[in-house]
Design a protein around this ligand. Structure first.
Ligand code: AHR
Length: 546
């Protein structure tokens, strides 16, 4: 029954008119309005029909799209990875044990280092041997760099986490000779002076360097080069910076990645065009295997969206911006297709992620930001985009691994916390090297103010054991979504999975409350080849069907 006090406190015209009726009729109307307001949306909401056809496999989702980026920037390397052998923080040869243990389950395929903008001012000799040069880091806060984390420490770290090396050589302030020497130092098995120096520094065996980045953002922080000037540099580096590792001559050859675009504007479409046109005419003496692309979800420049303490509007805005990744990939892929229809050159999105305002009190040059449920959803949407472009996008590196931008992990002295983005990477591990499987569904829409976004997103893939994996994102922060997944080409007997959600769109994990955003088991019903489940609002669900 509608209580009298409710009538006394009526404010809206609609409610005032309800109060003019008898009390029992008022009660009926109240019950009816309650029903329509709260019950019917979920009862009447149409179940979303999703179709997954595992009999029509697509390209391989290269595990390298789950790559990481670890620049010498802020506390990304120092404190994030490197604490030194004298530290009271448990470490192995100076590298944090907690961080290594946390990264191992992510099966990190590759790590890009030392930059970023830093790479074009990095001189590798500063970071080898017992006596390290003390230098400055002018790009990132102008702070002192002890160079304690250099070549050997980076490769030891990769060895500890089981990842491949993606080394960016210095095209900005370095020379082809300097880069060539670095690669000889790293990779030759012959007893050259450089190889002996490597052995004296503790590593007699040649290192494997899987990927070589030829410069970084050469159109901007890497030296503001014109595309033609860059192309002539790129050819020289591609020709002379050789990998001598005997195990990388026929198979496992080092792949060379050229600087590519940083956006959709004409200067970047021209850049892609010039580099790819050069590639089309390449001779025996030089080659590239990848074209880098950088695209951050920033919203405004300088980055001013808050990474914490925001509401639904900022949630919707940022997710809208992030979906531009798809158009950007399409645009540059189309240019690449013109010169490389066989898709031999990979589009390597080796810097991407959310870039927000620096956390108050932090050094603005250290790019410190929080990581919320919004970032987890943003990560899933981007990984889905990469997977849908698996034929061209064969590598990507989120920026950046620890303590910088959209990080996996945050540390403070001996403390460590896993971010919501970390959990997405862990949930998506089964998609590494799995075969893309087409999914069709009506995504519907989620509207907030004048922002309209697809409400649902999904990808599917089959792993080498024949297990089918489905990742579904419900972007809507207010409404759950009931879905039926019709499975074809798979003998489905059981289904299990996890969901990542949290109380609020800006929920974060902190050192004191590390599990606010953490995956939980999800229940799904499997009946005659049909999977039924309810997706929580603002959530990412990953299900295995076998
Ligand atoms: O990730 C931070 C910086 O962003 C990188 O150093 C640079 O390449 C990009 O502009």
């Amino acid at each position: 029954m509608l209580p009298d006090f409710a009538c006394k406190s009526q404010l809206t015209a609609r409610n005032i008119s309800i109060c003019n009726f008898s009390s029992s009729f008022r009660a009926f109307l109240f019950a009816l309005s309650f029903f329509f307001a709260f019950v019917t949306p979920s009862l009447l909401a149409q179940k979303v029909q999703v179709s997954v056809d595992a009999s029509k496999p697509g390209p391989k989702i290269d595990r390298n799209i789950f790559g990481q980026f670890a620049e010498d920037l802020g506390h990304g390397l120092y404190q994030g990875i490197w604490v030194g052998t004298d530290s009271t923080i448990p470490n192995t040869r100076g590298i944090r044990n907690d961080v290594v243990a946390a990264l191992k389950p992510l099966k990190v395929p590759n790590v890009r280092w030392p930059g970023g903008c830093f790479a074009d001012e990095y001189h590798w000799r500063n970071g080898i041997g017992p006596q390290r040069a003390i230098t400055l880091n002018p790009n990132w806060g102008g702070v002192i760099d002890t160079n304690a984390f250099g070549t050997h420490e980076f490769l030891d770290f990769l060895d500890q986490i089981g990842a491949e090396a993606y080394v960016s050589v210095n095209v900005g302030t370095g020379t082809p000779r300097e880069a060539a020497d670095w690669l000889e130092y790293l990779t030759t098995a012959q007893p050259t002076t450089l190889a002996k120096e490597r052995a004296a520094n503790g590593h007699p065996a040649p290192y494997k360097i899987a990927y070589l980045g030829i410069g970084n953002e050469s159109w901007d922080c890497g030296g503001n080069m014109s595309p033609d000037y860059y192309v002539s540099q790129m050819k020289i580096y591609s020709r002379f910076v050789r990998n001598f590792n005997p195990d990388q001559q026929d198979k496992h050859q080092m792949l060379k990645i050229a600087v590519g675009p940083g956006g959709a504007e004409p200067r970047w479409t021209e850049w892609t065009d010039v580099v790819m046109k050069a590639y089309q005419g390449h001779t025996w003496s030089w080659d590239i295997n990848g074209l880098s692309m950088h695209s951050y979800t920033v919203g405004k420049w300088p980055p001013s969206f808050a990474s914490t303490g925001f509401g639904e509007t900022e949630y919707a805005q940022i997710l809208k911006y992030t979906l531009d990744m798809d158009d950007l990939i399409r645009k540059h892929s189309a240019i690449m297709d013109k010169y490389d229809p066989d898709k031999k050159v990979a589009l390597v999105v080796d810097e991407w992620g959310a870039w927000y305002a620096p956390l108050p009190g932090s050094n603005p040059g250290f790019l410190v930001q929080q990581n919320s449920l919004r970032d987890a959803i943003l990560a899933a949407l981007n990984l889905n985009i990469f997977a849908r472009h698996a034929d061209r996008v064969r590598m990507a590196n989120i920026a950046q691994m620890i303590n910088v931008l959209q990080a996996m992990i945050m540390t403070d002295k001996d403390k460590m916390v896993l971010t919501p983005t970390y959990h997405i990477y862990k949930m998506y591990v089964p998609f590494q090297d799995a075969t893309f499987v087409p999914v069709s569904f009506d995504p519907g829409s989620y509207t907030h103010g004048d922002i309209k976004l697809p409400r649902l997103d999904a990808i599917a893939a089959k792993d080498s054991q024949g297990k089918l994996w489905l990742a579904i994102t419900n972007v809507d922060p207010n409404q759950p979504a009931d879905i039926d997944v019709n499975l074809t080409g798979v003998n489905a007997k059981s289904a299990s999975g996890q969901v990542l959600t949290a109380p609020k769109v800006d929920s974060v994990n902190t050192f004191d409350a590390p599990n606010t955003v953490a995956p939980k088991p999800v229940s799904a019903k499997l009946d005659a080849g049909k999977l039924s489940l309810t997706l929580d609002p603002k959530s990412v669900t990953v299900i295995a069907v076998e």
